[in-house]
Write a new protein. Structure first.
Length: 292
């Protein structure tokens, strides 16, 4: 992942009014943006590990006239409360359920990116009667057998930052060896990671056994909700592999690989993603009631 925290204002991206709302959940106050008419099909957008709800605004802009769009900042992100709790996928899934219940939404579509996709898929597995369809963009949540995948990130944000101290001590030598640019990139990467403390806790600071217990590999086979996975073909091999595994495991799953897509799909391809969302909703609307 390349941690970037996009911040877009509604004036920049939205033609019509954006309703800014807050709600007190059992674990803290949730902030969200809401667009569209209440009578329309409801879509909840969940952001990725290094973002907030605003990352979805370029995608929501062309959809708001036809759908009722909810764009929250998950707890611990953006303008939502940052409660002193032990963050887990289970906790965020429960918060999503509490949010949907408070909004009195009987049926929803979930559209989610990265870490948010992990939460959305987990919710759909446990509440299939509520989720009409899933669109997951570069999803997380599956064990792909790469035990070294987060090694650098885990070392950089460790509570005992020996790796970071070692880099600082070795800095003069590394620069003499022509490794100064690589060192600067690592230090900058660490700074960006630390700006996303909730993501660091969820992905890098929990015990491996706890993280592994929340992977969806086994439970994903139970998912009967129509699923569309969107993945940039030029993204990292680990991300592409994970998306392919989602498609392979879910019986009603489809995978769309964007040939030139990388890790910046929401900002680089918003119109394409919006069109894919429309097509999934249309597909579900034409399906038999058992698929809805």
């Amino acid at each position: 992942m390349n941690p970037t925290v996009p911040r877009h204002t509604s004036d920049q991206l939205m033609q019509s009014s954006v309703r800014i709302l807050r709600m007190r959940l059992s674990q803290g106050q949730l902030f969200w943006r809401e667009m569209g008419l209440e009578k329309d099909t409801a879509i909840i957008f969940l952001h990725g590990a290094y973002g907030e709800g605003s990352e979805w605004l370029p995608v929501v802009e062309p959809l708001q006239e036809d759908y009722h769009c909810f764009v929250p900042d998950m707890l611990g992100f953006g303008d939502s409360e940052h409660p002193n709790v032990h963050h887990s996928i289970t906790l965020h899934t429960e918060c999503l359920g509490e949010y949907i219940q408070a909004l009195r939404l009987e049926k929803v579509y979930l559209v989610a990116h990265s870490l948010g996709a992990w939460v959305a898929a987990n919710y759909a597995i446990n509440h299939p009667e509520q989720v009409q369809g899933l669109v997951l963009v570069s999803p997380e949540g599956l064990d792909i057998g790469d035990k070294q995948r987060w090694k650098t990130e885990t070392l950089l944000v460790s509570k005992l930052p020996f790796y970071y101290w070692g880099l600082k001590l070795m800095a003069p030598i590394l620069r003499l060896l022509g490794k100064g640019e690589e060192l600067n990139q690592l230090l900058q990467y660490r700074k960006q990671l630390l700006q996303c403390p909730t993501s660091c806790e969820l992905l890098f600071k929990r015990r491996n056994s706890e993280i592994e217990s929340e992977y969806l590999n086994l439970s994903l086979e139970q998912l009967k909700t129509p699923l569309l996975v969107l993945q940039g073909k030029q993204d990292t091999p680990a991300k592409v592999k994970q998306s392919q595994l989602y498609r392979k495991t879910v019986s009603q799953g489809k995978l769309r690989l964007l040939e030139q897509g990388k890790g910046d799909m929401l900002t680089a391809w918003p119109q394409d993603i919006a069109q894919e969302i429309r097509q999934l909703i249309h597909w579900v609307s034409l399906s038999s009631p058992s698929l809805r």
